[in-house]
Write a protein that binds this ligand. Structure first.
Ligand SMILES: [Zn+2]
Length: 397
C-alpha cells in the first residue's frame, strides 16, 4: 500500500507544480521540482525518517550500535549519517522547570540609558558574555568581584550554548565560593539564554545543568539574572566582552565538542545531507539535457522564482525546461509543420537556440547579457529578471 500512496502523492505533487508555474502539461515534474526548490518525495521521506531516528536516539535508553540499527533506526546506516550514532548531543527528553527560586528580569533599553537597575548595598554584580566569529575563534568572558575569567570554547558550540555556558560557569563559581546570604546579580546580553532559563520546559542537558545550579545557588542567596544591552558602553558588559574576545583569540584545547550538539546543529547536518542527495539525484537523473544545463538546485534561485508573477514564472519555466510553444517543441508534439527558427530560418527553433545563439537576436542578446553567443551555463548564472527581460523583448510566444 505504501507504494500506492507514494504514486498518489507524486500525482498530487505534479498537479501542484503545474498549477504554481502554469507550465505546459508536457513539462517533466523533476524539472519543475528543481525550479521550485521542492525536495523529491522519496528524499523528503528519508529526511523525516532520519529526524525521527535522531529523536528515538534521544529518548531511547537503547545503546545504538551498528548491529541494532533496525526498523526506524535503519536510516542511520547511510554512510553520511552513520557518524550521528556516536555523536554526543545536548538533547534530553522534555523536563519541567516550575521551581524557579531565582528571578529573571528583562530591563528595557530606556532603563539602562538612565543608569540601569539600582542594586542593593553590598550586592554582587557579575557580567557574562560569549563570542563566536568566523575570523577568530570562540570564547567566553566573565567579569565580577575580583574575578576576570576568559575561557576559549569549542567551535562546535552555538552562540546560544556559549552564553548559557558562561552563565552556568558564573553560577558554579559562586557555588564553589560557598556564598551564603548574598544578593547575586548575573548580567548577560543574551535574551535567548535568559528565556530558556526562565521557560517552564526544556529539552537540553545544558539548560538542565544551568537551572539546577541556579536553583542550588538561590537556596541560600537572592539570585537575579538581568538582561543588559550589548555594546552600549555599560562598564561590566564591556569588560566581559573584552575578556570573551581575548578568549576567542586563544586556541581551544580539548575534546570536540565541548558539550553536546544542539538540536539546530543536528538539523543542519540533516539539511546538508538532504541538499547533497537532491544535487546527486538531479545530476544522475536520465534525460532533462536542456534543463540540467540551465538549472541547478539552489535555494537562492528558488527565492527569486517564488517572487515572480505567475505569468513570468510560466514564461521562465517554459524557456528553461524547453517545454515552450516554440516550433521545435510544437513540431515534436505534432502541432507545427516544421521546426526551423522563424527568426534566422537556419537552425531548429529550440529554447536553447533562442536564448543562447540565434544570430537574428544577437544585438538584443549582447545589449541584455553583455555578450553573444551564450552557453547554457551562462544562463545558469544570470538573474532571472535579466533572462525574462530578454525573453519579453523577443516578442515570441
Ligand atoms: Zn534562430
Amino acid at each position: 500500500m505504501a507504494w500506492l500512496l507514494l504514486v498518489y502523492l507524486r500525482l498530487v505533487r505534479r498537479l501542484a507544480c503545474l498549477n504554481i508555474t502554469g507550465a505546459m502539461r508536457s513539462c517533466p515534474t523533476a524539472a519543475l521540482e528543481t525550479l521550485l526548490g521542492l525536495t523529491p518525495l522519496h528524499i523528503y521521506i528519508q529526511k523525516e525518517a532520519a529526524l525521527s531516528a535522531l529523536s528515538l536516539k534521544t529518548v531511547s535508553s537503547l545503546k545504538l550500535m551498528q548491529g541494532n540499527l533496525r526498523g526506524h533506526l535503519e536510516i542511520l546506516k547511510d554512510p553520511c549519517l552513520n557518524h550521528l550514532i556516536e555523536i554526543k548531543t545536548d538533547l534530553i527528553p522534555t523536563e519541567y522547570n516550575f521551581n524557579q527560586p531565582y528571578k529573571v528580569i528583562f530591563s528595557s533599553r530606556d532603563d539602562w540609558a538612565k543608569g540601569g537597575p539600582q542594586l542593593k548595598r553590598g550586592a554582587l554584580a557579575w557580567y557574562t558574555d560569549a563570542l563566536k566569529t568566523v575570523r577568530s575563534g570562540v570564547g567566553m568572558g566573565i567579569s565580577g568581584p575580583n574575578s576576570h575569567i576568559k575561557l576559549p570554547l569549542s567551535s562546535d558550540l552555538t552562540i546560544f550554548q556559549e552564553e548559557v555556558l558562561a552563565i552556568n560557569f558564573c553560577t558554579a563559581l559562586n557555588l564553589q565560593k560557598g556564598q551564603k546570604g548574598a544578593s547575586i546579580n548575573i548580567f548577560t546580553d543574551s535574551r535567548a539564554a535568559l528565556k530558556a532559563i526562565q521557560a517552564y520546559t526544556y529539552g537540553s542537558a545544558l539548560i538542565r545543568e544551568c537551572t539546577n545550579n541556579l536553583r542550588e545557588l538561590a537556596r541560600g542567596n537572592d539570585v537575579t539574572l538581568w538582561w543588559v544591552p550589548g555594546h552600549s558602553n555599560i562598564e561590566g558588559n564591556e569588560k566581559a566582552d573584552k575578556l570573551a574576545k581575548e578568549a576567542a583569540n586563544t586556541p581551544f584545547i580539548g575534546p570536540q565538542p565541548g558539550c553536546g550538539l544542539q538540536k539546530s546543529h543536528l538539523k543542519q547536518i540533516i539539511n546538508n545531507w538532504e541538499a547533497s542527495k537532491i544535487a546527486l539525484r538531479w545530476k544522475e537523473l536520465p534525460g532533462h539535457r536542456q534543463t540540467k544545463s540551465m538549472i541547478t538546485p539552489s535555494q537562492n534561485k528558488t527565492k527569486e522564482v517564488l517572487c515572480l508573477s505567475k505569468g513570468d514564472l510560466r514564461t521562465l519555466s517554459g524557456y528553461l525546461t524547453g517545454h515552450v510553444p516554440l516550433k521545435y517543441h510544437l513540431f515534436h508534439i505534432g502541432q507545427a509543420e516544421d521546426q526551423t527558427c522563424r527568426l534566422c530560418n537556419d537552425e531548429s527553433e529550440t529554447a536553447e537556440h533562442i536564448l543562447c545563439n540565434c544570430v537574428a537576436r544577437g544585438r538584443l542578446r549582447h545589449n541584455v547579457f553583455g555578450k553573444t553567443p551564450l552557453l547554457p551555463t551562462d544562463i545558469k548564472v544570470q538573474d532571472l529578471s535579466t533572462i525574462l527581460r530578454f525573453i519579453k523583448d523577443l516578442h515570441l510566444p
